[in-house]
Design a protein around this ligand. Sequence first.
Ligand code: HEM
Length: 413
Amino acid sequence: MSIPDQKQTSASSTPPYSGLAGWINRRLPVISAFRAEYVDFRVPRNLNGWWNFGAILTLVLGLMLASGIFLAMNYTPTDAGAFLSVEAIERQLSGGWLLRAMHMTGANLFLAALYLHLFRGLYYGSYKAPRELLWLTGLVLMLMVMATAFAGYLLPWGQMSYWGADVITKAVGAIPGIGPTLEHIMTGSDHLGDIFLHRFFVLHFVLAFLIVGVVGMHVAAVHVSGSNNPTGVEPRTPKDTVPFYPYYVSKDLVGLILFAMVFATLMFFWPNMLIEPDNYTPADPMHTPADIEPEWYFLPFYGLLQSVPSKFGGLVAAAGSLLVLFALPWLDRSPVRSMRFRPLCRIGLLGVVCAFIVLADAGKHHAQGGWLIAARLAGLYYFGYFLVFLPLVSRTEKTRPLPSSIAASQGDA
Ligand code: HEM
């Protein structure tokens, strides 16, 4: 019995597949699905460079998994062996230095691309209906990526790994009620050693693969709602969109090549640029480093953590700064998406970026004097923007006139 080719029987313009492609497609329509989602898929014609970061993130995720698997084959998750095994990868394993440089550079650039990707969504209002679930899956990804990066940073078991773990496990232990139990689940014993490292190695490895699954959902959600665009106006006529191939395949390729050049430059010339020198000293529970500070991408949250006098309060502030983003689609009541047309909210949002940078700077300094005041003011501004300013101003703000269509916004009415 022959199985009908869905596409052959439909009135769509998709060509019928013959030979092996037709045989596969009739049984599992992956070829026609790929064609529908990545060739014929209609995308707004006016996407700018900010829309490259989704493709960039996907590429870096692939590189992280590929390099991570080979690193894991040579890593020993024990108190006595972890630091030495990483040194052996760097110095004795053939090509090991390249694997590690790729993984470290990848981690830094992944987080940088993630923040830019998130900012794009904030600026162009991509979290608004009908893209709420797309936004929420993105935030889940962000939490998973942060947990993976934190677990990964512990694995070399240098001084910063150890003392970073000490700060976080104690902060978790300070949660009223369940804190001590959670701390015990993390550490597995009364000190940070073999059991702890084993658990975080497994967590790091497993989370990385779970992220791939959630990325699948995230990208599926993009394909259901379609991409937003810099005007925030939905496409109305075929003139407003172009097919993904060749237009955005080539545009994404340009973005990927530029990004690959930055990646290669950092990886080959400055692989250790963002690494704390202290982490090349083996973990020593008897000697606390003068300054304990996390990787740059956690600094704003660390700044918040330090700015509140109680450990638990600090944890609530740091976690709350991420959780508040989950409510964003419902906090922002404006019918207009893009900040291009929302002068007051745009200034407010740029203030959030400044507050984030101030918090990061404060996270690098001891929480006292001017830095403490700056961190508290920046924290108040951050929460004030999302919880007070945006809900109030988004209802009343006088927005600039929207273009009648995407094509019209480019003078092609
Ligand atoms: C592992 C991390 C992530 C990967 C691999 C990823 C991948 C992608 C891809 C491939 C796209 C479509 C291309 C594009 O619009 O750039 C996209 C769109 C989108 N992503 Fe992500 N993403 C990630 C994390 C996030 C995060 C943390 C957020 C924010 C909460 C987010 C929010 C969005 C939104 C709102 C869109 C649609 C944007 C629009 O059409 O305007 N993503 N993502």
